[in-house]
Design a protein around this ligand. Structure first.
Ligand code: ARG
Length: 601
């Protein structure tokens, strides 16, 4: 459980004992961690600060210092910590070292695999990745894939039943285009299609320049949707090859998406006419210039002078993206029975999502008790601050991007390796393996550590560095923690190198925290439940990244200030435990971001 959640009711009880009127002010007992490792001076004074007192005192016309003093007198923190009044109306709480040590033991060597994070039961339908098929995955698909995957992991970790939906675009014009091109080109053997991208590029050129080709492509789409057997067969083949390509990327990236998570636009085809009928029954369907639409006046501002329409069926029978999403909405609510629906989609589709949710509510597709959220994200930019492209303006394939991150990481890892003593040096194959993992971790972490709704500059050189807020830095922090443990094992010739989760010690050694750096590290480690809760509440993984970076920082200060292997007795045992707990936390935290750790690097 979060320490804040444990302290807050006690603070509130004390406030109530002093003033019932104050206790009724909603924010009165608000407390937060002091910045800990980031601000050592503040951390020396307090671990937690109660922040709502001052404004409550003002409201009730009380003297804030007096008020705070009275509260502190009534505050029962027996065994947990000590409270003091700081300045006008702040209450500082310093946690007790013995209590902290005990909690670390309970969380890291107890039976709780969630390390204190609160359980979240319920079903989440998570729409992420969702590329348009028929061409290879490119950088534009990266953010949804990475952010969505981190959320899937965090939600799964706290006990949610996560249903992944890879809402692939498998039904649009791009297929008509490819099929038309395949019909015209004798030498395309769909059974042996290797280079999907080349086929796509050829077809796209014809689509853009060749007279009549675009019309034929559209005609094929109509035939496909009408179920023409031969065309359907070709379409299936192309979808299959596309999905295979995508799956390769997912596997390389180490994301959770499986082939069976693909539930594409085409899956909803048969239900689209029903959607239209039901919108009509709900009394919200209108006809606008021949198209079937739902007006969404709540979003008039986004349409300027135009009519605020959500186009469900275009003129001439074609159902669009909106209709498919309405059908998917019903499927996720009625069939998948989601309690919470998350859509990890580019910010550029924000209006689409708002309209989708609005129309779904009004049509009765999205009941009150189901929450739908657009988890939007900004654009990945190149060094020129423009959407990330190749030098010639083309889109960058994901496979190439991953390879270049791994190549950069390899250069750095190789350099590092050469500086090692001969006995400790890795083989080239090992360096490659390390670099491949760093490369993937670097790409993911660079993305996840940014506030997701902002655009960010993709900087390969920065993300593979071993210093700063990067994946290699955190991965290395883990490796260093583990190395300390191995050093101790070697020194004492103790046999247990088992991961702590499986270590069963009946009476764990007491943690004795003797130095402020240990105190700060322990308090930081125990903030894990709060950070997880924050990620779940906001769907923003960067909170977890920032937290892990703080943990690594606190560890680093501890490591510098406190001799470990050279210390003795229970202090030594205790410091080793802190190393192990830090390792466990970094491994768990990075794992939740989809980043694997290395025992040596
Ligand atoms: N395929 C879409 C695109 O690439 C994204 C789909 C997102 N999911 C959804 N339910 N609309 O733009």
């Amino acid at each position: 459980m979060s320490i804040l959640k444990l302290i807050k009711p006690r603070v509130l009880a004390a406030i109530k004992a002093v003033s019932t009127a104050a206790a009724e002010i909603p924010t009165v007992a608000d407390c937060g961690y002091t910045s800990g490792a980031g601000n050592p001076k503040q951390a020396l004074l307090a671990d937690i600060q109660v922040r709502g007192i001052l404004s409550a005192a003002k409201r009730l016309k009380l003297d804030p210092t007096d008020f705070a003093k009275q509260i502190v007198e009534k505050l029962d923190l027996q065994g947990v910590g000590k409270a003091t009044v700081d300045g006008p109306g702040f209450i500082n709480i310093k946690l007790d070292d013995a209590w902290l040590g005990d909690r670390i033991n309970k969380l890291f060597w107890g039976a709780d695999p969630r390390l204190g994070a609160e359980e979240w039961t319920g079903r989440v339908v998570l729409d992420y990745s969702s590329p348009n098929l028929a061409k290879e995955m490119h950088v534009g698909h990266l953010r949804s894939t990475i952010i969505g995957d981190a959320l899937a992991r965090v939600l799964g970790f706290v006990g949610a039943d996560v249903i992944r939906q890879n809402h692939v675009g498998d039904w649009g014009t791009q297929f008509g285009m490819l099929i038309a091109h395949v019909y015209d080109t004798d030498d395309v053997n769909l059974d042996q299609l290797q280079d999907l991208e080349a086929l796509y590029v050829q077809a796209k050129i014809r689509f853009d320049v060749e007279e009549g080709f675009a019309d034929r492509a559209r005609d094929y789409v109509v035939k496909l949707q009408a179920g023409d057997a031969d065309i359907v067969k070709k379409w299936e083949k192309i979808v299959e090859v596309s999905l295979m390509h995508a799956q390769k990327i997912y596997d390389t990236l180490g994301v959770l998406i499986k082939r069976s998570d693909a539930y594409g636009e085409s899956s909803y085809n048969a239900d689209l006419p029903n959607v239209v009928t039901d919108l009509d029954k709900a009394g919200i369907l209108a006809v606008d210039q021949g198209a079937k639409v739902v007006y969404t006046p709540a979003f008039q501002k986004d349409f300027g002078k135009g009519k605020p329409v959500f186009v469900v069926q275009k003129t001439g029978d074609g159902f669009g993206y909106a209709a498919t999403d309405l059908a998917a909405m019903r499927y996720r609510v009625r069939h998948l029975k989601g309690d919470r629906l998350l859509y990890v989609i580019d910010n550029r589709q924000s209006l689409h999502c708002r309209q989708l949710f609005d129309v779904s509510r009004r049509a009765g597709f999205l009941p009150e008790n189901v929450e739908a959220t657009h988890v939007g994200f900004g654009t990945m930019m190149g060094a020129d601050k423009k959407p990330f492209k190749t030098r010639t303006g083309g889109t960058i394939k994901l496979a190439e991007l991953i390879a270049s991150a791994q190549e950069r990481a390899y250069a750095l890892a190789k350099e590092k390796n050469e500086k090692r003593s001969e006995a400790d040096r890795f083989t080239d194959a090992q360096v490659r393996d390390i670099a491949n993992k760093i490369g993937i971790g670097a790409i993911k972490y660079a993305d996840l550590s940014k506030q997701r709704d902002r655009d960010y500059v993709f900087d390969l050189d920065a993300m593979v560095q071993f210093e700063g807020n990067t994946a290699p830095y955190l991965m290395y922090a883990y490796t260093r923690c583990r190395a300390v443990g191995r050093g101790a094992t070697a020194a004492t010739e103790a046999s247990s190198s088992a991961p702590i989760a499986t270590t069963t010690t009946t009476t764990p050694p007491k943690l004795v925290l003797t130095h402020n750096a240990e105190h700060v590290l322990a308090t930081t480690l125990l903030q894990f439940p709060d950070e997880i809760a924050n990620v779940i509440a906001t769907s923003c993984p960067h909170h977890l990244c920032g937290y892990l970076y703080r943990v690594a920082g606190a560890y680093s200060q501890f490591y510098q200030a406190c001799p470990i292997l050279k210390s003795e007795g229970e202090v030594r045992a205790s410091r080793l435990r802190l190393c192990e707990a830090t390792a466990e936390l970094l491994k768990t935290g990075l794992g939740l971001l989809g980043i694997g750790v290395l025992e040596v690097m």
